[in-house]
Design a protein around this ligand. Structure first.
Ligand code: ZN
Length: 405
């Protein structure tokens, strides 16, 4: 039996609110956006010249990347987990920022039946899926993937929710969206403000499209088959909240020169369990694409302002069981630091969240920047050591590897 998904608007408790127009709205209507923190720096025209004309030729060549890529193992994912493992949170890195997350297979708040109907699986969320060979509208050899996705779209188990962080090509991949939207599974799609039209263009029906502003939430109810009784269903629930991060958006050259009309975001998903289990509800944070602080050449990194959003998110949603955080595409720092974390930024961000576990992403798949391809996991390990993060707590995995929590 195919699972059905229902989505309800909800208000999160103690939502951080400011009076009047939200600080990230660049106009009264909330149709253009900006980063509201002193940790942000706008790229000026000199930066834009570098990014558009010089940066593409400064990147490591694809041939040297291809050699390095052979040391990032790719595993065929194992989706089925039995016994105690089915009660755990599962996260599988599929490449770049694409993560497949399955929440524990547990009875939810809404299931008040007296019979102990155990769900056959937990709710499934697919973050920023990209399965295309190129992260660009044109097939530039320099933007071809250096590692394959861990599986194909057809190789995924049934997906309930597809969550998009922003509209850059490496995070909102048209062909992948079209394929997921056309599947008989009919997942629901969640994206920050301004993305309705593009999702519609790629085939997402309005009924399955949910567009949120920062600090807005939806309750997602998935009817899944009962374990050992697949003709019956049982609801599993989770709350999904659109949360801030520091980035920008745009799919065209001219988008670089105006306030973007689509928003960027991170996301938090939390299981909804009935009492007395609600305290053990698992929470995951997906950082999307984000910077942490803006550093100019010659500046001491540790003296510049950092993005306040992550402490706020950590405070609001604690405890966060798993945080998926970008660790790659950070060089040259002068240009990339406002929008992308270095591994040390990622480790600091992880500490701000006070998350229990972390997984690295946004590396080892496309060559977007000038750091050597294998640097992010190595430098993340060094940064974690330096910042006193326990070994093995915040790591990068192989492609297709599932971590259980
Ligand atoms: Zn981006």
């Amino acid at each position: 039996m195919t699972s059905a998904v229902r989505v309800h608007a909800i208000e999160i408790k103690n939502k951080p609110l400011t009076e009047g127009r939200p600080a990230h709205w660049a106009n009264e209507q909330g149709t253009t956006f900006k980063n509201p923190w002193s940790s942000w720096r706008n790229h000026d025209w000199r930066d834009q010249l570098y990014i558009v004309f010089k940066h593409p030729i400064a990147m490591p060549s694809q041939s040297s990347s291809a050699n390095l890529a052979s040391v990032i193992p790719v595993h065929k994912p194992t989706w089925k987990h039995e016994g105690n493992d089915s009660q755990k949170l599962k996260a599988t890195w599929l490449g770049h920022a694409s993560f497949f997350v399955e929440l524990p297979a547990r009875r939810s708040e809404k299931d008040d039946s007296l019979t102990a109907n155990i769900p056959s699986r937990g709710a499934r969320i697919l973050f920023d899926p990209i399965f295309s060979d190129y992260c660009a509208p044109i097939k530039l050899p320099s933007l071809k993937r250096i590692t394959p996705p861990a599986c194909s779209v057809d190789g995924l188990p049934e997906v309930d929710a597809v969550v998009i962080s922003h509209d850059h090509y490496d995070h909102l991949d048209g062909p992948t969206i079209t394929k997921l939207a056309a599947s008989s599974r009919k997942p629901h799609f969640f994206a920050p403000k301004g993305n309705q039209e593009i999702l519609k263009y790629f085939g997402v029906p309005e009924s399955n499209c949910h567009i949120l502003d920062w600090w807005q939430s939806r309750r997602v109810e998935v009817l899944v088959p009962v374990k050992d009784e697949p003709s019956q269903t049982v609801p599993v629930l989770f709350d999904l909240t659109c949360t801030p991060n520091q980035h920008n958006t745009g799919r065209n050259f001219m988008d670089r020169f105006r306030h973007p009309d689509t928003l960027w975001s991170s996301w938090v998903a939390r299981e909804v369990l009935s009492e007395p289990d609600s305290a053990s509800a698992k929470t995951v944070f997906f950082a999307g694409d984000t910077g942490y602080r803006a550093v100019l050449d010659g500046q001491d990194e540790d003296t510049v302002p950092v993005c306040e959003a992550f402490k706020q998110i950590g405070e609001h949603f604690r405890p966060i069981d798993l945080a998926m955080i970008p660790v790659g595409a950070y060089m040259p720092r002068k240009f990339m630091s406002p929008v992308h974390c270095s591994p040390k930024d990622s480790a600091l961000l992880f500490k701000d969240l006070k998350a229990t576990n972390g997984l690295g992403m946004h590396w080892g798949t496309f060559v977007l920047t000038t750091e050597p391809v294998m640097d992010p996991p190595m430098k993340l390990k060094e940064a974690c050591e330096e910042l006193g993060i326990e070994d093995g707590t915040f790591v990068c995995t192989d492609l297709g590897q599932t971590r259980l929590y």
